[in-house]
Design a protein around this ligand. Structure first.
Ligand code: ZN
Length: 674
């Protein structure tokens, strides 16, 4: 397997791990997955230097992680509840039970849309009734041990102050709307796909390998049943809920009812709470309160006897599409928003107590599949009761919407990525992406312009000072104006930042190449590329084959490089930067000399711009000898941030200590004198 195939395999496995653990939607069999992992391990055995901490082989089996797939057979099967969709069926159920047991009570409860979990408590040697096992439902008879993750849920009590030796509780694990939104916001920031609904995300979160992730995402739980325990708590369901509640256990919202009328009222009450609940509602459960009678009303082997679940009709409206708005996000990705009205009222649609007039249309594939266009009619519902979604086309539009070919922000042609449904603007000067592009250019990994961070870049873009990367180097021409406006600060601060900008012109071209933010070209790739070119400008005349000939550069990266350097606007940018005096020439020729001849140099700490290897090369290029430890033979110590014992030792030995800047100054003087 070559490096590219290895990287590809890593990506594929990561995707399937994500599907399995985070989205709870595996797409391949365990056997196929195992075979891929075997191939990956094989390749890593052959090339141990390829292994990084993010390799899938490094993610599983760590001691801090939960062991995946430990199966547990439930003491009491975890069955589901038979659904009914009509209140008449509810009345019939109540009548059937009360015919045999007049005066029988029922508990009507909120059915949370999450996933079921059983908690087993047993008295331990310390005399506490402590949690010993948490199990997922699985197939109802055999589930998975998720104890480590359950313990991260604040609603799950580690110990219970109750006078029993054994207690088994069943409840629903769920994710609140707030936690769900928080997760999706983070996903969006990271450029990853959002979770479809709180239920799936809760399921994936509960089964995480790393309990730290479960804790961070935040799950909640309500108890709704006693699976096993002493008779005194088992006998009456609502009585048991009261006992648990007094012991501090969060129990599900419930109402004890004694007539069919009360049961229907409770169902209506829960239905009216729907829009206000902080979680998704899956219906209302009606269960016989006196647990011994439940078995007399079986509902089939799959279902719990003596229970029914009433499902509320989905809240849905038919809307007519008025407009489709396209926007460019900060990462260049095109987003689509549908604007519509309720076709019956002509106003925004009312759903779950809120007005809805727009919905995200995801991407072009979704739009095409859903036949979305102006004038079309669509079913609208609120998924997870919060996010409005279209759910099928009712009347097709005259024309299905197609994404524009050019960026709505800058007019440059848009690019559809081959492996995703995303359409992007890749123009680095696009105003929609400008703040991000420029702050990446000035960042530590790239040009390292101190003081010119994202906040300041945003202010300068906002005030019209920066329209592209080259404008950074034009700021000095507007010094007086900038000081007047006070955007950077007063005179002193403004000059400091302007000086940093000037200083960056001499940076290694690797930094400049990194700063151009070409897709797939980070610092290490940029360094590799510049090993094969003397001048950054030479990249504008390189062919695809030239890029492919560089070791470790695959076809995708070669294509990205070629595409970037053969785009006219980018060549213009490079021309401008070159005219402004930015260094594009490789260091070897620019700063080689004999300034350090006869010096034995030790480098310690983090240097502001040079990496360790770069610094060593720099010293050698200038005639010095690099050694690893400080001794009486050492003549020069180059010290950066967080220098430790070597610095102390050099001070003790009276060795000359210089910063990176001073080192460069020493070398520069020499080359100029030559
Ligand atoms: Zn654009």
């Amino acid at each position: 397997m070559d490096r590219q195939a290895y990287d590809e395999l890593k990506k594929v496995i990561d995707r399937h791990m994500e599907l399995y653990y985070n989205e709870d939607a595996p797409m391949i069999s365990d056997a196929e997955y195992d075979a891929m992992m075997r191939d990956l391990k094989e390749a890593e055995k052959e090339h141990p230097e390829w292994v990084t901490p993010d390799s899938p082989t490094q993610k599983i089996g760590g001691s801090a992680k939960r062991e995946a797939g430990v199966k547990v057979t439930h003491n009491v099967p975890m069955l589901s509840i038979e659904d009914v969709f009509d209140t008449a069926e509810v009345t019939a159920f109540v009548s059937r039970v009360q015919e045999r047991h007049p005066g029988c009570a029922f508990s009507v409860e909120v059915k949370v849309d999450g996933l079921s979990m059983t908690l087993r408590y047993a008295r331990n040697t310390a005399g506490e009734l402590a949690l010993t096992l948490a199990e997922t439902r699985g197939d109802g008879r055999i589930g998975e041990d998720v104890t480590a993750n359950a313990l991260t849920i604040p609603d799950v009590k580690r110990t219970l102050d109750l006078p029993y030796d054994l207690l088994e509780l069943r409840g629903e694990v769920y994710m609140t709307h707030e936690a769900f939104e928080r997760y999706n916001e983070k996903q969006e920031e990271a450029g990853k796909p959002p979770a479809a609904n709180p239920r799936n995300l809760a399921a994936g979160t509960l089964r995480q390998l790393d309990p730290g992730i479960t804790r961070e995402r935040g799950l909640s739980m309500f108890i709704f049943n006693i699976q096993d325990g002493p008779e005194e708590i088992l006998a009456e369901h609502t009585g048991a809920m009261d006992i648990l509640s007094r012991a501090g256990v969060p129990v599900v919202f419930h109402r004890r009812c004694t007539t069919a009328m009360e049961v229907l009222d409770a169902i209506r009450e829960i239905g009216e709470m729907r829009g206000e609940l902080p979680f998704d509602l899956d219906g209302a459960v009606v269960k016989i309160d006196h647990t011994a009678w439940r078995t007399e009303f079986p509902a089939g082997s799959k279902y719990s006897a003596g229970h029914i679940a009433y499902k509320y009709p989905p809240e849905e409206k038919i809307v007519e599409m008025d407009e489709i708005i396209t926007d460019v996000g900060r990462t260049g990705k095109l987003t689509f928003t549908g604007v519509f009205h309720d076709k019956d009222t002509g106003k925004p649609a009312r759903l779950c107590g809120t007005s809805v007039s727009r919905a995200t249309l995801h991407n072009q594939d979704y739009i095409t599949e859903m036949k979305i266009g102006i004038g079309g009619w669509y079913r609208l519902y609120k998924s997870g009761e919060i996010i409005p979604r279209l759910n099928g086309c009712v009347r097709e539009p005259a024309e299905v919407f197609t994404a524009p070919k050019n960026c709505p922000a800058c007019g440059e042609p848009l690019v559809r990525e081959a492996d995703t449904a995303d359409i992007r603007c890749i123009n680095p000067d696009c105003p929609a992406q400008l703040v991000r592009t420029i702050s990446y250019f000035t960042s530590r990994d790239a040009m390292n312009i101190m003081g010119l961070g994202e906040t300041l870049v945003e202010a300068l873009v906002g005030a019209g000072y920066l329209k592209n990367i080259a404008d950074i180097y034009r700021l000095k021409d507007r010094r007086a104006e900038l000081i007047e406006a006070g955007i950077i600060g007063k005179e002193k601060n403004t000059d400091k930042v302007l000086a940093e900008i000037e200083k960056s012109k001499t940076a290694d071209p690797v930094r400049l190449l990194t700063g151009l933010a070409i897709r797939n070209v980070g610092v290490s790739t940029a360094r590799e590329v510049m090993r094969h070119f003397d001048h950054l400008y030479d990249l504008t005349t390189a062919s695809r084959e030239d890029f492919l000939a560089i070791p470790d550069i695959g076809e995708t990266t070669a294509e990205d490089l070629y595409g970037f350097f053969h785009r006219e606007s980018n060549v213009t940018l490079l021309d401008e930067l070159r005219l402004m005096g930015l260094n594009m020439k490789k260091a070897e020729e620019a700063d080689a000399g004999e300034a350090l001849a006869g010096q034995t140099v030790v480098i310690t700490g983090t240097l502001p711009t040079l990496g360790r290897k770069e610094a060593e090369e720099y010293v050698r290029r200038n005639g010095g000898k690099v050694t690893g430890s400080v001794s009486s033979k050492t003549t020069l110590l180059v010290a950066g941030e967080a220098a430790g014992s070597k610095l102390t030792k050099a001070q003790q030995l009276g060795i000359r200590i210089v910063s990176e800047e001073e080192l460069r100054a020493m070398c520069r003087t020499d080359t100029q004198e030559d």
